[in-house]
Design a protein around this ligand. Structure first.
Ligand code: MN
Length: 202
């Protein structure tokens, strides 16, 4: 029961001009695909072969480094594609918006804190909006770690993640990570993030 590369729910060029088609194609078909292949190779013949990707993350301290790197890579990218889309951006609404206001005072303050986490993550990693003890919070992780992992500094259920590896933006933005981060907000699918929030808090 090997893991599979999930299809994108939209075309490679659907997120333009914010994320270009060439970046999307390489990121999905090459980078994410390699995480899936390497994860399957790393778990073949081990107990992890029969675990969900969530359970692999939650027990990552007991698993070898290639499972941490590639299992995290598979989980993180699957989440990333699912919370993006065309005709997106704008502001969250409903219970998610209420929870953001409760935790950060406003959507703008949340964005500010998230942007800081994404901008200041040194080298490769991710910024996260997650549910931690029933409340929303922001964190960042190095490499392909994520908040589900038992080794994470801030643990919880991620509902939104931003990939700040150079492979996510370098072709179009080169070294201008802040420009990529600002543009990325235009392709966040708040309906998808809200659904993850509902799931994480029910
Ligand atoms: Mn990536």
């Amino acid at each position: 029961m090997a893991f599979k590369l999930p299809d994108l729910a939209y075309a490679f060029n659907a997120l333009e001009p914010h994320i270009d088609a060439h970046t999307m194609e390489i990121h999905h078909d090459k980078h994410h695909n390699a995480y899936v292949t390497n994860l399957n190779n790393a778990i073949a013949g081990t107990d992890a072969e029969h675990m969900s990707i969530e359970d692999i993350c939650k027990n990552i301290s007991k698993l070898p480094a290639p499972v941490r790197n590639n299992g995290g890579g598979h989980y993180n990218h699957s989440l990333f594609w699912s919370i993006l889309g065309p005709n997106a951006g704008g502001n969250p609404s409903g219970k998610l918006a209420d929870a953001i206001n409760a935790a950060f005072t406003s959507f703008d303050k949340m964005k500010e804190e998230f942007n800081k986490a994404a901008t200041t993550r040194f080298g490769s990693g991710w910024a996260w909006l997650l549910v931690h003890d029933g409340k929303l919070t922001i964190s960042s992780t190095p490499n392909q770690d994520n908040p589900l992992m038992d080794i994470a500094e801030v643990k919880g259920t991620p509902i939104m993640g931003l990939d700040v590896w150079e492979h996510a933006y370098y072709l179009h933005y080169q070294n201008r990570r802040p420009d990529y981060i600002n543009a990325w907000w235009n392709v966040v699918n708040w309906t998808a993030v809200a659904a993850r929030y509902e799931e994480a808090t029910k």
